[in-house]
Design a protein around this ligand. Structure first.
Ligand code: AMP
Length: 330
């Protein structure tokens, strides 16, 4: 099996070989947006005091590179394209300046229950996670509501939430379109539009929905577009809908423990399960964590492995964000 420090794993599940082997030689990739000055503090970035207090509550000591680079630009009102993956702190990079500006608007114009920020996310899991992050950073702003709206769940509570009013709505594109068409989501006072994991949204077939949403927002809204990769379709979208965006790029700071050896096996999609089964049969292991893309894929993989004789305690099939994992024991 080829060895590579931080390579793409092409199998359906990353079969982690946690054999003790001092193999890590390559240094971790350094983020391009890493600030020269490591002493940059949140307090230096111009963030509203209420949001700053919430950051202290959650225990963040200093901004990550993507945060140090994007927060001042977004606070200035610039559109931003951020090339960053999960784990870089990208959520706070767009949530903190959005909330900071909304808190100041709140002071200036008085409280409003209208939707002022809309975040689009590819999956229900990510929408919930982003909404949770917004809620924690907004906890010192009075009379403030963050509402997640996503497909596959009942309309009733979402409609009631939208009727009561939410300054921040975080949703999957299809459900957001549904609410716009029903008239339950009013974007006429939208200040801030965020696309989170834009490449993933397009990959999941949401391109048309996303474009339709862009067209339904006021032309002077600010846009933050975050994506792990920059396919031509996103470049085109950014040219068409963003206003002279600043582009920030952060490479994931992947650091592999020195006692972990990473190997990967490249197989065609339909052969993934057989390849994984074969590896599990021939390799010695105490436990295996398999990562797949969605919660449904976790359950599917778990069922197939169970039917091939592998034990999976049910409570270990979990999902968080856009990745999910299943723990396998012998
Ligand atoms: P994200 O890339 O937004 O999914 O964030 C990855 C994780 O980093 C989340 O658990 C955040 O709560 C955490 N995080 C974000 N910013 C910071 C920071 N400045 N300091 C410490 N942890 C952070």
């Amino acid at each position: 099996m080829p060895e590579n420090q931080n390579d793409t794993i092409e199998t359906a599940a990353a079969v982690i070989d946690a054999e003790a082997a001092a193999a890590a030689e390559a240094p971790a990739a350094s983020p391009e947006a890493e600030s020269e000055d490591n002493s940059v503090k949140f307090a230096d970035l111009g963030i509203d005091g209420r949001v700053l207090a919430a950051l202290q509550d959650v225990g963040y000591e200093k901004p990550s590179p993507i945060q140090a680079a994007t927060i001042p630009l977004l606070l200035e009102g610039r559109d931003v394209v951020g090339l960053a993956q999960t784990g870089t702190g990208k959520t706070a990079a767009f949530a903190v300046p959005a909330l900071s500006r909304l808190a100041e608007l709140h002071d200036l114009n008085g409280p409003s229950r209208k939707t002022q920020a809309l975040v689009l996310a590819p999956t229900r899991e990510l929408a919930l996670q982003v909404a949770e992050a917004f809620t924690s950073y907004a906890k010192h702003i009075d009379d403030f509501t963050v509402l997640p709206v996503y497909g596959g769940s009942a309309y009733g509570p979402q409609l009631a939430g939208l009727r009561r009013g939410a300054q921040v709505v975080v949703g999957t594109p299809g459900r957001v379109i549904d609410h716009i068409s029903k008239g339950s989501l009013d974007l006429s006072e939208l200040q801030y539009l965020v696309l989170d994991e834009a490449d993933e949204m397009l990959r999941m077939g949401f391109a048309e929905d996303v474009e339709q949403i862009f067209q339904q927002t006021p032309s002077d809204r600010q846009v933050a577009l975050f994506s792990a990769t920059m396919p031509s379709q996103i470049r085109r979208m950014s040219k068409q809908y963003l206003n002279d965006p600043a582009e920030i790029s952060v490479k994931t700071k992947t650091s592999t423990g020195t006692n972990i050896r990473q190997r990967y096996l490249q197989v065609m999609g339909p052969h993934k399960l057989d390849a994984m089964t074969r590896i599990l049969e021939v390799e010695e292991f105490d436990g295996v964590i398999a990562f797949v893309r969605t919660k449904m894929a976790t359950e599917d993989l778990a069922d197939k492995l169970k039917s091939r004789g592998f034990q999976l305690p049910p409570s270990t099939v979990t999902s968080r964000s856009s990745s999910a994992s299943a723990l396998l024991t012998r």
